[in-house]
Design a protein around this ligand. Sequence first.
Ligand SMILES: Nc1ncnc2c1ncn2[C@@H]1O[C@H](COP(=O)(O)OP(=O)(O)OP(=O)(O)O)[C@@H](O)[C@H]1O
Length: 725
Amino acid sequence: MGCAASKGAATASPAYEVSSSSYNVSGSPSAVALSAELVLAPGLASIWSRPVRLEALELGGDEDGESGECAGKVAATGPGARGNSSSGTRLGNLYRCIEGEQVAAGWPAWLSAVAAEAVQGWVPLKAENFEKLGKIGQGTYSSVFQARNLETGRLVALKKVRFDSVEPESVRFMAREIQILRRLQRHPNVVGLEGLITSRSSCNIYLVFEYVDHDLAGLTSAPDVTFSEPQIKCYMRQLLLGLEHCHARGVMHRDIKCANLLVSNDGELKVADFGLANLFSPAAQPLTSRVVTLWYRPPELLLGATAYEPSVDLWSAGCVFAEMYARRPILQGRTEVEQIHKIFKLCGSPPDDYWRGASMSHAAVFRPQHPYESRLRDTFRSMPDTTFHLLSTLLSVEPAARGTASSALVSEYFRTQPYACEPSSLPKYAPNKEMDAKFREDSRRRNNSRSHGGGEAAKRLSKAHKSLQDTSAANQRHGHVHAEESLPRADGAARKDGGEASMFVDLQPAPVISKRHDTDAQPCARQMSRSYQEAPRFAEHLPLSGPVQLTASTGFAWAKKPRPDAAKTTATTKRSCSKGSRTNNNGSDPARTTTTATSYEVEKQEMIKQWAQVAEAFSTSEAYNNRFITEPVDVKQLKSGKKHKAKGERVEFSGPLLSQSWHVDELLQKHEQQIRRAGRRSWFHKGDHTILPLLMHTGGNFLKLPWLILIANAFFLTGSKREQH
Ligand SMILES: Nc1ncnc2c1ncn2[C@@H]1O[C@H](COP(=O)(O)OP(=O)(O)OP(=O)(O)O)[C@@H](O)[C@H]1O
């Protein structure tokens, strides 16, 4: 057994081969085999060999860390005690020892205690090696920042995931994203995870990703970005390649949407955000149906399916495909009820036998009284046949009809002209993200409400605007200009966006934005693209940095010569290692130590193999998952700085509605009524804030009261009108 560092510096080789053939709809590769490969893959070590050396030195690893303190501990409680102790105790001890090893390496105890497998073989990166530049993304579960690695100069994205470090389920849920990302490294169409920043004393963790300039949500909604057919084909091809890779590795993404598809300046599309991803296998335990952002959620999940396959991602891919033509999400339901209704109206309702065989909890509730015909062709009426064929396949209400990512990749669509362009030939855009899109949407609303005289709403939005501008300014300081600085172009004429692509679509017209901004925007946009070209592109020409990747057989290199601050290791470490340390210091028989350390290694490998059965571990996270309903992020709420809400808390009415056995039409009617009522309530509420202080201000002067009542009425009437609007 040698030092982790020395092993880490093995010859470079790709971590994974992309295998497209191993996935088919009915079967999936063995999760166990895949996971074992994940944890043990020696190739990974080589990719990040440089930091391995650095970190291992700092942590006091030595070349022959064979007789580490924990090895002694195993000698005492592991194999040596084999005859007397139950295998459960032995495993427990072993687990604690690995845990101790990880804590000594710098991982916090709360993480090692419940999700040691997620960080096995890695060493945390240090916060002080990164300079935070500005916020670039805000998700429901996380905030994403742009940062610079001070050692390499490379830009990275730091994702700070929200979780509760004292709640094991919450930690496991967060760790699942890490584990799945590690399983999927390294593929050109999957975002690269470069490491994790945390420390023993920290309750936080940052996922360090390669920095990618754009996401598809930002690009599709940018007024000055147009997509040509070859370009859409190029993005679709890359999305399907990324999905093919995930599915071949046994992973369903379960949150495919434009905001989670990053696009690099070299035109590479990368699937990101594996926070809701999970493994699939035929014998899997029931899965939660409360995944996938509502607008991209397939019908079977809306109907409550708990046994489903990667075809859920293909539905979402279909939504993304259509969105690239339509330039906005095509199915924008506000609740699950409305979402399924919109799906049936666009894609048609499924045939009778679908409902007969369905084992979906809400199927009876959602089954429409009258079948709906598909309107997909009318909606995308001028779309070429081959394009439409792929779109309608992906947007099949029946999951089995969607095919697979591999079958989509060999469809006629990709074999007919115009062919997909090369990623490198794609235009270079100004940085453009979902956040920019939200900003544009906010300013559009702000302008709308200004023109409607809505004072309060406008004030709230301008607060949000200001916070975004602060971030934007920070980005600009670092040579990056936010697209949000280009005000929306957007009257009908100016927005000839989409060019040939958008004319296929017959959806509702895009909201019109005041012409005043159009004139403002032009010089601003020009300036933006100029400064962007001038801005340095840090990501290129710089060496790859990476997390500290250690081989599975790390031994006790860290434990033997702990860093000075390692003296303060947690109780767990002390518990695990103190005995062993005594054994060694007392000069125990080296031969015996070597034997026991070897058996420790054998047992540890066994343990790691067990970890490989992540599917089982993930099923608990699945229950945790169930607490969330994924809905489009309420950006106002997030910006208001309130404690984050679980996805979907906005959907006030879907819960109670689902529990009653009404048919969909009645449900929709009821639902509409509730929304109207809520709207009215909120107006009364606003009235309270505005009118009551006024009333109090009269100081009981009842002569003024009739006037106030008149004002209140006028106010309420304006509110009702706006609500109708
Ligand atoms: N590697 C990256 N490089 C650049 N930007 C990124 C990167 N990763 C994420 N982002 C930005 O941050 C946003 C949010 O990230 P992500 O989707 O991973 O978080 P999340 O909390 O899971 O979001 P959501 O709740 O919307 O699914 C993305 O839409 C993207 O704009």
